[in-house]
Design a protein around this ligand. Structure first.
Ligand SMILES: [Zn+2]
Length: 333
């Protein structure tokens, strides 16, 4: 799929790394902001060839890696911070890296040294009634993802409202939890650009991913979809000319895309409710009724998607947990 090039904007260079094999994401987008020294927003994954792609893009823009003053990571997923170690090493090891406090642990070596399959993850799989053969596939996929990054331990924590000023730009941190608990958007007020990471994407609806490692959460009652909807609401009324997302094309109509997302989740919630009305069931057993087709690689995403909608149905009094299990049984009310 061909994507429209990002608009030319003073002090903003856009780098769209192609992601072969991840057709749903199309590209990983990096942004270089300001006059030298510049700020880099996200790094892309550690894919074969992706670092060379970034080097080439810097050269094309008349920049060097050592011109980077700081790196801001929109959230702790490997496709957004994978190259951070390589970039810092290339620059001589002096670049500060910033990420929201709640996602800081995700990029640390501790997170990658943790047992690949924690007890929490095992309990989660039993709770949702995941068959053993699917669990194996998910484990393999997670270890593949873990190879797409170099962890980093010296990151500085960001919080909502933090301001980052540099030559030719003024960024404000907007904490937008949902896709992950520490997801941020960055608002550049001079050019009115919102760097949206995976919170807003044009061609797909971002997943408010279920949080399996709940012992890491600041708010023990955190629910991904509830947080995601509140985070969408938080962006309403923001004066935005362009949204520059972490994947795919730029966006001009922020209120329009927010309405589309709200409608999408409303419909998905009704679909989960309809499936549950047939009979009380554990979560995994709802997949075939909720989705027409789930590719092998997306079973975890499908489970996550159903669970976050079930949580909302329970919040709204339209479903209940009849047996905590494992496996947990839900019923429609
Ligand atoms: Zn992500």
């Amino acid at each position: 799929m061909l994507i429209k090039p990002f608009p030319e904007i003073n002090n903003v260079h856009s780098i769209a790394i192609p992601l072969p094999g991840f057709s749903d994401l199309i590209t990983s987008n990096l942004f270089v902001i300001g006059n030298v020294p510049v700020t880099l927003i996200d790094t892309g994954p550690k894919f074969p060839g992706s670092f060379e792609f970034v080097l080439k893009a810097f050269k094309h823009a008349g920049l060097k890696i050592s011109d980077i003053e700081r790196i801001i990571i929109t959230h702790g997923h490997v496709d957004h911070f994978g190259l951070v170690g390589k970039i810092i090493e290339t620059a001589g090891g002096l670049i500060p890296c910033l990420i929201h406090a709640e996602d800081k642990w995700r990029i640390s070596s501790e997170a990658f040294q943790e047992e690949e399959w924690s007890e929490e993850a095992g309990n989660f799989m039993a709770m949702v009634h995941m068959p053993q053969k699917e669990i194996e596939k998910i484990r393999n996929r997670f270890s593949f993802f873990n190879q797409l990054c170099d962890p980093i331990d010296e990151a500085s924590p960001l919080e909502d409202g933090d301001e980052i000023l540099g030559a030719g730009y003024h960024l404000r941190v907007i904490h937008t939890p949902g896709h992950s608990p520490g997801t941020i958007c960055l608002y550049e007020s001079q050019e009115k650009i919102l760097f949206s990471g995976d919170h807003i994407i044009k061609h797909i609806t971002p997943n408010p991913l279920v949080e399996v490692r709940r012992n890491r959460l600041r708010d023990p009652d955190y629910q991904s979809l509830k947080a995601y909807m509140q985070s969408l609401h938080k962006l309403k009324g923001l004066d935005v000319r362009f949204v520059f997302p972490g994947h795919g094309e730029f966006i001009t109509d922020l209120p329009g895309i927010i309405s589309t997302y709200v409608e999408h989740h409303r419909q998905r919630m009704d679909r989960v409710w309809d499936a549950l009305k047939k009979k009380p069931r554990p979560l995994y057993d709802l997949i075939d009724d909720v989705f027409n087709h789930v590719p092998e690689t997306d079973v975890f995403l499908a489970v996550s998607e159903i669970l976050v909608h079930l949580e909302m149905l329970i919040n709204e009094g339209r479903a209940s947990l009849v047996d905590p299990g494992p496996p947990a049984f839900y019923e429609a009310l």
